[in-house]
Design a protein around this ligand. Structure first.
Ligand SMILES: CC(C)(COP(=O)(O)OP(=O)(O)OC[C@H]1O[C@@H](n2cnc3c(N)ncnc32)[C@H](O)[C@@H]1OP(=O)(O)O)[C@@H](O)C(=O)NCCC(=O)NCCS
Length: 94
């Protein structure tokens, strides 16, 4: 296994969360993360998909922006070291 993704569908809220996504360092920048994200999204049926990402994680943020996620919220001090989390959302056309 070189990477994984998990989605958490919340039908009652109208959105799902990409709960986790990661690729082994030696396998990054080859399109695997994008493919995992797309595969997970394809299994989720809610009109919106959300995820949260460390505010300094520029590589992941770039991927999400390329995949049409937009920043909708900031959770201040979300991480144990005090870093903020950006909440990003993708709205899909049904
Ligand atoms: C985020 C992560 C899953 C991306 O996986 P990946 O397989 O490297 O991603 P891809 O090869 O599909 O890259 C897709 C896009 O992401 C962006 N990207 C990925 N890594 C990047 C980096 N180090 N710097 C800048 N952009 C980066 C680029 O926009 C890239 O598109 P491009 O190649 O057309 O420029 C991977 O870097 C990772 O596991 N990081 C550690 C765990 C993590 O941060 N998970 C996300 C928590 S929210």
């Amino acid at each position: 296994m070189v990477g994984f993704v998990a989605g958490d569908q919340r039908d009652s809220r109208g959105f799902s969360w990409i709960a986790t996504i990661a690729v082994l360092p030696a396998y990054r920048n080859q399109g695997i993360g994008r493919a995992l994200l797309s595969a997970c999204e394809s299994k989720l049926t809610t009109p919106r998909v959300r995820l949260c990402v460390r505010s300094g994680n520029g590589g992941a943020i770039r991927l999400y922006e390329q995949e049409s996620y937009q920043r909708v919220d900031v959770w201040r001090g979300y991480y144990k070291d005090g870093a903020d989390a950006l909440v990003m959302e993708k709205v899909r056309i049904a």
